[in-house]
Design a protein around this ligand. Structure first.
Ligand code: SF4
Ligand code: MG
Length: 328
């Protein structure tokens, strides 16, 4: 699609055990080249699943993923291997995702070796270069994952993801397993790499705090659907969907005296295998009315590059934020 990466994943019903879990349900989303797009939601919202569908790590039950104008479902195995090099993932837990019996040379060099018939010495040079790129030393190549800190292991995972010269990196909660002091370093590294290599980033996160300063757009997910999609500043300044408002109110306030009275968002998230009818958020929404239980709101396209799925977003927005609600 020229300057656009167009991904659409419609009706991805994942078969799990007996009941189908509608982890991602009829979602349409375009990832734009060069942007940082955040997928945000509680656990069970389908954000990781959507990310994996986009990368073709999972096959959609229905719907299509279009990458650079090509439907990934129609590609040959060989073409798909090439596309997979373009689309790489960084996992949440850097320790679990690295083979403990492989040294860093093998971990980082394996994708090069798989995709490239480069000579051994060239591969070693390339691994050394990748390690420097992510802020590690070439000498680290001989060591094993257990010899590194969590932040360093995440850097190794990033170096491995970069080895096949990807165009898009998906970070599945890339910093949530790390100490708070290390999180900012890894976020800064990802932003530097994005600039340096012209990457597109998709960041999966369960809260808004981490992604606020690194995203261009945010897609808020609830029970397998995107309920709001907006440029990051607009989303924080004027969240339109009640669920987005709740997520923003759950971000810790830095100045305690500004703290508004908070209302706890009632109830747990319903099971994705039996989502509520109508608006899926109605069981927890403080603004819910009878219509919300019956009719599913459309994902309405608004000016200013925003989309929202709520019957009453106009009234809610014009009435001000009302009583703030908090997701616990
Ligand atoms: Fe709340 Fe109704 Fe809007 Fe759903 S459609 S978010 S229940 S007001
Ligand atoms: Mg997850």
């Amino acid at each position: 699609h020229g300057l656009t990466k167009h991904f659409t994943a419609n009706r991805g019903f994942l078969q799990r055990a007996a009941a189908p879990v509608r982890a991602v349900d009829d979602v349409s989303l375009t990832v734009r080249r060069g942007e940082t797009l955040a997928l945000v939601g509680e656990s069970g919202s389908g954000k990781s699943t959507l990310g994996r569908l986009l990368l073709n790590l999972l096959e959609p039950t229905a719907g299509d993923v279009i990458y650079e104008g090509r439907n990934l479902g129609n590609l040959s195995a060989q073409e798909l291997r090439k596309v997979r090099q373009d689309l790489q993932i960084i996992f949440q837990d850097p320790f679990a995702s690295l083979n403990p019996r492989m040294n860093v040379q093998r971990i980082v060099g394996e994708p090069i070796w798989l995709h490239d018939a480069a000579a051994r010495s060239e591969r070693e040079d390339r691994v050394a270069e990748l390690l420097r790129t992510v802020g590690l030393a070439p000498e680290h190549a001989e060591r094993y994952p257990h010899e590194f800190s969590g932040g360093q292991r995440q850097r190794i995972g990033i170096a491995r993801a970069l080895a096949s010269r990807p165009k898009l990196l998906l970070g599945d909660e890339p910093v949530s397993a790390l100490d708070v002091s290390v999180q900012a370093q890894v976020v800064n590294l990802l932003e530097d790499l994005k600039q340096q290599f012209g990457l597109t980033l998709v960041i999966v996160a369960h809260g808004l705090a981490v992604i606020r300063h690194m995203s261009d757009r945010v897609a808020v997910m609830y029970l397998g659907e995107i309920v709001e999609l907006a440029p990051v500043d607009a989303l924080f300044e004027q969240p339109l969907h009640p669920y987005t408002q709740a997520l923003i109110d759950s971000v810790p306030v830095s100045h305690p005296k500004d703290r508004r009275e908070r209302q706890v968002l009632g109830g747990d998230m319903p099971s994705p295998s039996a989502p509520p009818p109508g608006c899926r958020f109605h069981t927890r929404c403080p603004h819910a009315r009878p219509l919300c239980r019956e009719n599913q709101p459309v994902f309405e396209r608004l000016p200013d590059d925003r989309q929202v799925a709520c019957h009453f977003w106009r009234e809610i927005a014009s009435a001000g934020s009302g009583s703030p609600i908090v997701v616990t």
